[in-house]
Design a protein around this ligand. Structure first.
Ligand SMILES: Cc1cc2nc3c(=O)[nH]c(=O)nc-3n(C[C@H](O)[C@H](O)[C@H](O)COP(=O)(O)OP(=O)(O)OC[C@H]3O[C@@H](n4cnc5c(N)ncnc54)[C@H](O)[C@@H]3O)c2cc1C
Length: 304
């Protein structure tokens, strides 16, 4: 794609986002492409903007080092004197990810500020390859801000970790009001304890896991892709997915070629089990690829 075409394509995708984007952007929409474009036409307007998640949460891009070209430049060191002819950057980036040659993606560094409920932070912090600095509830008094879900969902009977469809609006609102009352009561006790001289590090133990925390989170692009892959997946809890979805949009803006390769070779790709490869070969050798059995097999492979 030539550069003008790339810009038009990005512009089209941005317009789609403006219409379809599910989050409350307040005044912080992605800007239309203007003079803020990098080499690949990506917008730089999203830096330092708070993209809201829920009532109190947000994610903000603080800093970003490197672009698609940084990945390409690092990779070309590998191939400097070789015979391999990789035609252009897009192909090279796709080649790298499809062959799990991932270190060039570590040349891009990203830094975020995130405000999130502690129950989301518990899941997020499991990603060990990031550098984190979190607000200290030993040092600071916590604000009375509780990041309850926006709607309550039924327990999933099959996936014991998950939830399914939403409760009725009235039921959900009623229960969420009770959640809020309980959190307010806990916060009142927190203040009473501190009022009686109890240290913040102990008084906080009465607070619920919906209370908001905040951190600065730095991670390279390769490991960010791993995070986005796991946390935008439908198996991830919606309350963390909401953050990961916004971050995906920002990453796509910043490194469109890398992001496209990530989607193609990683996020939306399927691994095939060795036993399924055997079955696939058996179907082909029996010339049974038009059978219903084969169709069912393929459906299971693709839809999991
Ligand atoms: C849907 C879902 C459900 C989950 N359920 C549970 C659960 O019930 N209980 C639970 O405890 N966790 C659960 N987790 C967390 C999960 O097990 C991982 O801890 C989390 O997703 C981080 O993944 P990671 O370790 O691959 O990533 P990161 O920590 O980001 O690491 C990235 C990669 O770096 C490498 N790496 C990092 N640190 C090490 C190390 N010390 N040794 C070797 N290699 C390393 C690995 O290759 C790793 O894949 C769940 C995660 C998801 C997405």
């Amino acid at each position: 794609m030539n550069r003008q075409k790339e810009i038009s394509e990005l512009q089209r995708r941005q317009e789609d986002k403006m219409i379809n984007y599910p989050y409350n952007y307040d005044s912080h929409s992605f800007g239309m492409l203007s003079n803020h474009v990098n080499n690949y036409g990506a917008s730089t307007m999203e830096m330092h903007k708070e993209f809201k998640v829920g009532r109190y949460g947000y994610v903000k891009l603080l800093d970003w080092m490197g672009d698609d070209h940084a990945v390409v430049a690092a990779a070309r060191v590998s191939y400097e004197r070789g015979n391999r002819q990789v035609k252009d950057d897009e192909q090279l980036i796709d080649y790298l990810l499809s062959h799990e040659h991932t270190t060039p993606f570590e040349m891009v560094e990203t830094k975020w500020e995130v405000k999130l409920p502690i129950f989301v932070a518990r899941q997020w912090i499991r990603h060990r390859t990031a550098s984190v600095n979190e607000l200290s509830a030993r040092y600071s008094v916590m604000d009375d801000e509780f990041g309850f879900p926006e709607e309550l969902r039924f327990q999933d009977d099959k996936n014991k970790q998950g939830s399914t469809e939403e409760l009725s609006y009235d039921k959900s609102e009623h229960l969420l009001d009770l959640f809020q009352d309980s959190a307010d009561e806990a916060y009142r006790l927190y203040e009473v304890a501190m009022g009686q001289g109890v240290g913040r590090e102990q008084a906080r133990t009465v607070l619920p896991v919906a209370i908001m925390t905040k951190w600065v989170w730095k991670i390279d692009l390769k490991n960010l892709f791993h995070f986005l892959n796991l946390r935008t997946d439908s198996h991830a809890q919606k309350e963390i997915r909401d953050y990961a979805d916004i971050m995906s949009r920002i990453v796509e803006e910043r490194v469109p070629l890398c992001f496209a390769a990530f989607v193609e070779n990683w996020r939306d790709a399927k691994k095939i089990r060795a036993s399924d490869v055997k079955k696939l070969n058996a179907f082909m050798s029996q010339d049974a690829i038009a059978s219903n059995e084969f169709e069912g097999f393929l459906w299971r492979l693709i839809n999991g």
